[in-house]
Design a protein around this ligand. Structure first.
Ligand code: SF4
Length: 362
């Protein structure tokens, strides 16, 4: 069982085998201008992405759905979703960005006003500061609770979904509240919304998610089939990215400050947090010089891969110098922390203006 409301460590290979997610590496060669997140294996799996590739390559019509549930702080790991959305927008995709305030109310008990406030100050403003143009005519941002088309569609879809099915997917129990039960159906409606007539009718849709969101994708694909004769729905495609490891070595979590670098942290805090991160270094300097470090188990290296080094050759140098023991963790952390600080300085420069734009969106 993968639980989208819990955090856990993940064996990605097992998921690829067990849940029918296919390896992203098998379609990578067909993408004309892939993202580094794709070539570096951060995006590791997909369903039906081969149907999206020709559209991306030729700038033809497709939609991308990426929800955000206002429930806590955005951290550096969320940046990879924004990087993907920027890429899809450039490739001609129509972005649909639902703010899952009904889900945050149903699953977490967060009040609607609070969720809206959080969506603007924490999520939308950071999306903009990270370089996603939310005012683009091909971008739709909406709150679930204020968007009638999605609420109407969700209600209609719920007719062909029952408790036992949701229980089997999510592990719901008889004491689960109806609003929590209903939240996944609203999310299914979010994903299928770009295919209803009002939004141009049936089309290919891709949903880039962390693998913990796969239950929603499976449910959506099943339900889309049940309404195929009425709406002509095409089952949505999806891609799956790895989680950014937390500073302490587990999952990076919005609710645990020890594990995460938050996007609203100051540049100095971000720098300090990198210096506190778990590395793949050896017990002693002598040992590291002799045996080399373990970049594959290093949170600092992961930050370089996911976010801080664009150039593949530069990244390769870090990897090799770590492995052969010529680069030591102290120096490596200082370089990485400096890169992170600069990244956060650029983000801070854009914060005020981004917030003003975000306030106009809802
Ligand atoms: Fe990680 Fe850098 Fe240390 Fe290697 S040298 S283990 S990449 S911090």
């Amino acid at each position: 069982m993968i639980d989208p409301w819990a955090s856990s460590s993940v064996d990605y290979d097992k998921l690829v085998n067990k849940f029918g997610i296919k390896k992203f590496s098998s379609v990578l060669k067909d993408i004309e201008d892939p993202l580094p997140l794709m070539t570096r294996g951060v995006i590791f799996g997909h369903r039906d992405f081969e149907k999206i590739i020709p559209l991306v390559n030729k700038n033809k019509e497709f939609a991308v759905v990426s929800g955000m549930m206002p429930s806590g702080k955005m951290h550096i790991g969320h940046k990879m979703v924004v990087d993907q959305l920027k890429w899809y927008l450039k490739k001609g995709g129509n972005l649909s960005l639902p703010i899952a305030d009904m889900e945050s109310y149903g699953a977490r008990g967060i009040d609607f006003n609070q969720a809206k406030e959080m969506a603007v100050t924490e999520y939308l403003s950071n999306y903009i500061a990270l370089g996603l143009d939310l005012t683009d005519e091909n971008v739709l941002v909406y709150l679930q609770s204020e968007h009638d088309p999605v609420k109407n569609l969700a209600f209609e879809l719920s007719k062909k979904t029952n408790f036992n099915e949701l229980k089997a997917i999510y592990g719901f129990s008889p004491s689960t509240s109806i609003s929590h039960l209903y939240a996944p159906i609203v999310q299914v409606a979010d994903i299928l919304l770009p295919q209803i007539e009002e939004y141009g009718g049936p089309k290919h849709v891709v949903v880039p998610v962390g693998v913990d969101q796969d239950p929603h994708i499976r449910l959506t694909r099943d339900i889309s089939d049940r309404f195929k004769s009425k709406y002509g729905f095409i089952p949505p495609s999806s891609t799956y990215h790895r989680f950014l490891t937390g500073l302490t070595g587990g999952k990076m979590s919005s609710s645990d400050p020890k594990t995460a670098i938050y996007l609203n942290d100051s540049p100095n805090e971000a720098e300090k947090k990198v210096k506190s991160a778990k590395t793949g270094g050896r017990e002693s300097l002598e040992e590291q010089k002799k045996l080399g470090g373990c970049p594959d188990q290093c949170v600092v290296y992961e930050m370089l891969v996911y976010h801080l080094i664009d150039d593949d050759d530069e990244l390769k140098n870090v990897y090799e110098n770590c492995k052969n023991g010529t680069l030591l963790c102290g120096e490596c952390k200082t370089i990485t922390a400096e890169k992170m600080k600069k990244f956060f300085e650029r983000l801070a420069d854009k914060r005020e203006e981004s917030l003003e734009i975000a306030k106009t969106l809802l």
